[in-house]
Write a protein that binds this ligand. Structure first.
Ligand code: NOJ
Length: 555
């Protein structure tokens, strides 16, 4: 072959490879169900978080978090529920590990409560050894059972003191305080924990905590609060990654990542360029806001352009989106050993102009509207439509945008709509897991580097501003009973089979799973119903009410 021909071929090859790196918005191949298995070593598990599950909110020296305080204010949470007791995971973690062991989990994802370790948020103040002991025991028992701990350092429970003194994530001093906390966790747990997630879903902390105020600390700083909080969170993430890298990595040999929530945005019309651009803006303002600085060194260009332009139109001298210095950009770029992805749902997106004025917010800055297809199943939370193909699209987008990083799916699952639901035969959840996990398998075939999957969540738990009204658990928790017993839903059996087969071996077998799972759940339903009748009776008796029996008409 002549040199010229070789060069031509090489050129064509380079073109081909770089073309692969552009996400193709115009092609959405839905395809049919794919039978096949995951690579050996693929990690299966489930997760939860400290405030949502632990309870023991004021026990053993724990300090208050912004969520403890927020949930205790009237009118913030559905039915004014709090997670004071929740699943009592602080006391029942051994039972929970038994459940995980039975399901043959490879990993369990949980978070460490910052104020359980530093009650006043600050290391110099006080280290709570009882809090450390709780996590030590949890980690040790997981490892004894061959379950790898994946540990989140911040799942939204900022120490209240730091909010009161400094305004929480509005203040740059959080970067160092968080770094101190993370550093102590590396020191005390890092000999055994090898997967660290700095922040869980910082989008929610920023937007719902500081822009809409639906979440703790409940501030409504429209158009600025979320951007400022996110700016400090990104810096804090980078600092913690560097701390691990320089002080702990060589000894401990672990990985540090971040977990980003990312809904998918699909153009309403994939042949319309304006819709494509709007959909891309949706994804960039969501996941890209955090992922682009961390992987590529700065905010997405589209955020800088849109927020900058709208700020100027408002007559502001500088953009409401803070700016990273060039030193900071270099420091932040590349601070991710793996990317955690939390994914639940998808939206159709179309362009809409919001003229700049006084009402500027994160939402109007994006110039788009979110739509849903009424045919999409929405078995659970109001916002959660089941659109499995969106998951594959998202994973492929991540691959192309950030250089095919190592991915752990850190959250994926669906809730129940019924408020006091007692149906353990959760057909819709089995369907959701089956279809979403299958799309993840297709993404793997597309070349996406997914290493593990975390079903969300192990237990029913406190669902933030929705209180206990939305149940995401594989296991039902009877919150009315003070012992908080756990009951398996049908999806436990189903997920267990996915795990033991490492995927979907063949049609005949996979079809039998649903049947088998529903056979067992009807007896669990009866058990639960009987237990609830008994506990209702007991609580009436404790309250001094007369024992009442059902009246039978004598024939
Ligand atoms: C994401 C949050 O990280 C998690 O805590 C929550 O339970 C799920 N979304 C479901 O809403």
């Amino acid at each position: 072959m002549s040199l010229q021909r070789m060069l031509k071929l090489l050129y064509a090859l380079v073109l081909c490879v770089s073309a692969n790196e552009d996400f193709d918005w115009t092609k959405n191949e839905r395809g049919s169900f794919y039978y096949g298995t995951f690579p050996t070593g693929f990690s299966w598990g489930a997760g939860g978080s400290a405030y949502q599950t632990e309870g023991a909110w004021d026990k053993d020296g724990k300090g208050m978090s912004i969520w403890d305080v927020f949930a205790h204010k009237k009118g913030k949470i559905f039915l004014n529920d709090t997670a004071d007791h929740s699943c009592e995971g602080y006391y029942k973690f051994k039972d929970d590990i038994t459940l995980m062991k039975d399901m043959k989990f490879n990993h369990y994802r949980f978070s460490i409560s910052w104020p359980r370790i530093f009650p006043n948020g600050i290391k110099a103040d006080h280290i709570n050894e009882k809090g450390i002991k709780y996590y030590d025991d949890l980690i040790n028992m997981l490892l004894d059972n061959n379950i790898t701990p994946i540990v989140t350092l911040y799942h939204w429970d900022l120490p209240q003191v730091l909010h009161e003194k400094y305004g929480g994530w509005q203040n740059a001093s959080m970067v160092n305080y968080f770094n101190d906390f993370a550093n102590l966790c590396f020191e005390r747990f890092g000999d055994r924990v090898k997967y660290w997630i700095t922040f869980n879903n910082p989008w929610s902390s920023a937007v719902e905590g500081y822009e809409t105020g639906e979440h703790a600390p409940g501030l409504k700083l429209k158009g600025t609060g979320a951007y400022k909080a996110a700016h400090h969170i990104i810096k804090a993430h980078a600092k913690v990654w560097h701390t691990y890298d320089t002080q702990w990595r060589s000894k401990q040999k672990g990985l540090v990542g971040i977990s980003l929530l990312a809904d998918w945005g699909e153009p309403v019309d994939i042949t319309n360029q304006r819709d494509i651009e709007a959909a891309e803006r949706y994804v960039q303002f969501y996941m890209g806001w955090f992922a682009t600085p961390i992987f590529n060194g700065d905010y997405p260009q589209v955020m800088k352009d849109y927020i900058g332009r709208k700020s100027a139109q408002q007559g502001l001298g500088t953009s409401r989106l803070p700016v990273f210095s060039s030193q900071e950009k270099t420091y932040i770029k590349g601070t991710c050993d793996f990317l955690g992805i939390g994914h639940f749902t998808t939206r159709y997106i179309t362009q809409k102009n919001y003229p700049s004025g006084r009402g500027n917010s994160y939402f109007t800055d994006r110039d788009l509207v979110e739509l849903v297809d009424p045919r999409w199943p929405d078995p659970g939370s109001e916002w959660l439509y089941s659109v499995p193909w969106g998951f594959r699209r998202l994973l492929n987008f991540v691959k192309t945008q950030y250089g095919n990083p190592m991915i752990y799916v850190t959250e994926n699952g669906v809730s129940e709509k019924v408020q006091r639901c007692t149906d353990l035969c959760d057909e819709w959840r089995m369907q959701y897991f089956k279809d979403y996990i299958n799309e993840m398998l297709k993404a793997l075939k597309d070349g996406v580097n997914v290493k593990g999957y975390t079903a969300w969540s192990l237990l029913d738990k406190f669902e933030w501003d929705e209180g206990f009204s939305e149940r995401f658990g594989l296991f039902y928790v009877d919150f009315l009973n003070k012992n908080k017993p756990r009951y398996p839903k049908a999806s436990v059996q189903y997920y267990k089979r996915i795990i033991s087969s490492n995927g979907f071996p063949n049609q005949r077998e996979v079809e039998s799973w649903r049947r088998k799972a529903t056979e067992t759940c009807s007896s669990s339903n009866q058990l639960l119903a009987a237990a609830r009748r008994k506990s209702q009776q007991d609580s009436k008796e404790q309250a001094g009410m007369p024992k009442v029996w059902p009246v039978h008409d004598e024939v």
